[in-house]
Design a protein around this ligand. Structure first.
Ligand SMILES: *Cc1c(COP(=O)(O)O)cnc(C)c1O
Length: 469
């Protein structure tokens, strides 16, 4: 066990370790080059009965764990979507861990609730969202979308499904595009609608939902006796950051009185920059909105913001009032345990506060603008290169491309690009991942690290190009 003196000493050493790590992170291969089971077989089958020294723990951490880490913190990490954090955010997490606050109700740490109140307002204004919206910080977008589905379900049934179950209820239908994130599939299952009632609407040549096809699907469902309930529009899909036309979709959801949820998990960060607000045009007609600062707003995982228009419906859906949680302040404050599924909650607003204040709104805008500018630079290089081609538009900072020398059929191109990506990643200098668009194996490059520079982007392009020459 560590006493306070040990804690002080090891914490100082650890901060040095952390700063060294961040300084040298580019020396590690970005993608961990271990095989399945490599790490586990170095871990003893059983735990120690005796207390071990902190030095022993750190030694094993460096020897066993670190080689099995993929370095998300490297500016050469261009895979998936980033889980980009910043130094200000790490420092806030250290405080959060030290305080050990469990912020389930206001009384369990009034500052945790009230800072969250204010951060939800700051972020709403920073993103240009409607003034009347409110919400809370959750773990992930998957949870936010589940909240939206459950609230829509309860509101339409006058809060009776919570009480009585689905028996005798109409068959509700949920709509999203074919390119929507898989979390909606999971959430539809969990919310009890049944996956067969999730209708996937076709997309256009830019991978955005076609509103006419949405309306056609709704009409068809009405004719069949189904009850259309909920539409999820993607503001930035995961495969290609395609933007569903929220304004046109909202006209349809208003006409048929459906719940409109906007999944802006990733691209929501770009709304801090006014030039990107074309993506959210019509947002005031939505009923709910989810966005992850832990992806591209430099805040440690996890931090996902969920906003709703009708907060009373949200609270009616989730509220419980056991005797042991009642407090004298319940009428005057937000008790966020009633705003989502879990009871216990981390003090997540502190890191968001540190991030916004440490970068400043203008600092955040500058970095987001640069990332998008550099992604567009990369897009131009790909377009002028005779043996590479773009496979999707670049609304923000994700570039979808592949090698194509015009001499291979689609099947050959797919396996060639798969091999190309594997080789690049195994070399360890950069790390990218893939998707498929229109059946084409697509390499995804996304630059969202706060320390990313144009030089990193140019180097990445050199590495990619050199593979085929
Ligand atoms: C990442 C992502 C999600 C899911 O995110 P979690 O927070 O991990 O649940 C949902 N939608 C989109 C568009 C995403 O990019």
């Amino acid at each position: 066990m560590l006493n306070n003196e040990d804690f002080r000493k090891h914490a100082h050493d650890l901060v040095d370790w952390m700063a060294d790590y961040l300084e040298n992170v580019e020396d590690y291969p970005v993608m961990a080059s271990v095989k399945p089971g490599d790490i586990k077989k170095q871990l003893p089958l059983s735990f120690s009965e005796e207390s071990e020294s902190f030095e022993a723990l750190m030694q094993d951490f460096e020897k066993i764990i670190l080689p099995g880490i993929t370095h998300w913190e490297s500016p050469n990490f261009f895979a998936y979507f980033p889980a980009s954090k910043s130094k200000a955010s790490v420092l806030a997490e250290m405080i959060t861990a030290t305080l050990g606050v469990q912020g389930m109700v206001w009384l369990t740490s009034p500052a945790a609730t009230e800072l969250e109140d204010r951060m939800m307002e700051w972020m709403r204004d920073l993103l240009g969202l409607p003034q009347s919206w409110t919400g809370s910080i959750q773990d992930t977008a998957s949870s936010g979308t589940l909240n939206a589905l459950l609230t829509a379900r309860e509101k339409i049934s006058n809060f009776s499904i919570n009480q009585k179950g689905f028996g005798g209820m109409p068959v509700y239908r949920i709509y999203c595009s074919q390119e929507a994130h898989s979390s909606i599939d999971k959430d539809v299952k969990i919310a009890g609608f049944g996956l067969d009632n999730l209708v996937k609407i076709p997309v256009d040549e830019n991978f955005a939902m076609i509103p006419e096809r949405l309306e056609a699907a709704i009409s068809e469902d009405l004719q069949k006796g189904f009850h259309p309930l909920f539409v999820m529009a993607a503001m930035g899909t995961t495969s290609s950051t395609a933007v569903d036309p929220i304004e046109s979709i909202a006209k349809i959801t208003q006409k048929y009185k459906l719940w409109l949820h906007v999944d802006a998990a990733y691209s929501g960060a770009a709304l801090v920059v006014p030039e990107f607000r074309w993506m959210s045009a019509g947002i005031e007609k939505a009923d709910s909105f989810v966005f992850n600062p832990h992806k591209w707003l430099f805040t440690n995982f996890d931090c996902s913001l969920y906003y709703v228009k009708d907060v009373q419906a949200l609270k009616n859906t989730f509220s419980i009032m056991p005797e042991y949680l009642k407090t004298g302040a319940d009428e005057e404050v937000n008790n966020y345990r009633d705003w989502h599924i879990q009871l216990g909650r981390r003090f997540r607003s502190l890191k968001l506060w540190f991030v916004i204040r440490s970068f400043g709104a203008e600092g955040l805008r500058k970095i987001i603008r640069q990332h998008c500018e550099w992604a567009n630079w990369l897009k131009q290089q790909i377009e002028i290169h005779p043996e590479f081609e773009m496979l999707a538009p670049v609304p923000v900072n994700l570039v979808c491309f592949r090698f194509n020398n015009g001499k291979m059929n689609e099947q050959e191109l797919n396996s060639f690009n798969e091999k190309l990506l594997k080789q690049i990643n195994e070399e360890g200098k950069i790390f990218m991942t893939h998707t498929t668009l229109n059946g084409k194996y697509t390499i995804r490059w996304v630059g969202g690290h706060p320390d990313l520079t144009k030089a990193h982007v140019e180097r990445a392009w050199e590495i990619i190009k050199n593979y085929i020459s």
